[in-house]
Design a protein around this ligand. Sequence first.
Ligand code: GBE
Length: 499
Amino acid sequence: MFHSRVLFSLYTLLQLWTKATGVDDRQFPSNFKFGVATASYQVEGAWDEDGKGENIWDHLTHTTPDLIYDGSNGDIACDSYHKLEEDLALIKDLGVDFYRLSLSWSRILPTGHIDGQINEAGVAYYEDILTKLQENDIQAMVTLYHWDLPQPLQEHMGGWLNDTIVDVYGNYARLAFDLFGDKVQYWATFNEPHVVCQQGYESGRKAPAITKAPGIDLYTCAHMVLKSHAKAYHIYDSEYRATQKGKISIVLNTNWYEPVSDDEKDLEAAERNGQFSFGWFANPIVHGNYPQVMIDRIGERSEKEGFDKSRLPEFTSQEIEDIKGTYDFIGLNHYTTSLAEWIEDYEIGEPSSNKDISVKGSLDDSWESSASSWLKVVPWGIRKLTKWIKDTYNNPEIIITENGFSDNGDTLDDPRRINYYREYLSSLLEAIYDDGVNVTAYTAWSLMDNFEWLQGYSEKFGFYSVNFSDPDRPRTPKTSVKYYKTVLETRCLVEECVE
Ligand code: GBE
């Protein structure tokens, strides 16, 4: 009697507490899946071992270490290439339904080309991971391209600016389907083409760090990436889907752009920001072409700048047909929200993509920060964003392919990461149940601390901490491991949840 009353009041307190903190007490749908992610260059290391070719990140970090915050590189990273069993144990321990990883193109095809040599050791490495995942009932979500282009394709062809890459990429994709497709449930053709093109070919904040034609190269890059994506999709669709029965799509990243006021103009600016970021890729894939606002604005500005045609390339009607519908779900990498404010269009002058968008972005000082300057904790953003995607892109199946929080890794106790996950997942429950958004899976970034691109090893997103000064790269669980495990076991965010 006494016992049950104590329990009852504890339960009531908990309910009150979750109400107060606003954590949703509903259970995730029974078929909802949880996963965890990494990417090849960020974890594998073994950059020149066993026949792997050089890629653009090897090249960038070796030639311009000053670009990297701590002068570091991915030569060894988490040494995952040599630690397959260990990584697998971590993945298993978390209890995830799937593991998202990416293939290092140059580990499989050292020159990037199918008619160069296939590197058997590289193939064996992925074969091994995928087999072991399968043996452990963990599904595989495989990204074909998470930014590590074989260096020869950059050097000899100009990377994503050259039309011939579409076939080269298509051949690589076919080889991957052929070799691994029987063990892969989800394929992603590209991780974050926005970053690949805007940072790789305009801001210079990602390899190949080309900045010579702002307002031009990034759009060419995106054009090639979209055509390459469609190529791979159709290869899978016509040659492999029937036997391999997986799903294939692309992974797009975007902030939620919150209008800074409810002034009509700020609403328009926020919408435009979303169209120029997510819509740049989602619109072609879902509706067949670039967003009208991009076509119009870039077209007009190009003309005034004296170009004889738009800096935004045009798809032929055949290409539109080929690209439209090339998704079985939409992969969404979402971390944070920013504010969008209407501003007067920029004067005509040197082109740039920022001038094309012409929106003033900012962050709210009251939002909790992380170790990454761009990443603020704004949980309601994921709900608004997924609802906007539902409304704008025909209610697609959405898979959250990345979401996570960075700190500087001072302690293994990481309550702020736990809080981030709790709040974002809670907001996602509201999206699912209150807004009817079709989100079917969620992927946390990341399994372990890893090479955070230009930030080197200074910003940490992992559930497991990695000691990068120890040659053995030992992994140690943070407190958030326990938290994520509990979420996966209970499929809910509170102690007693409503089914
Ligand atoms: C993902 O991208 C990546 O897929 C993953 O590889 C990475 O580890 C993870 O994020 C954590 O960062 O001054 O140009 O550097 C950068 C997230 C703004 C996408 C925009 C931040 C894209 C990360 C500002 N970006 N974003 S700066």
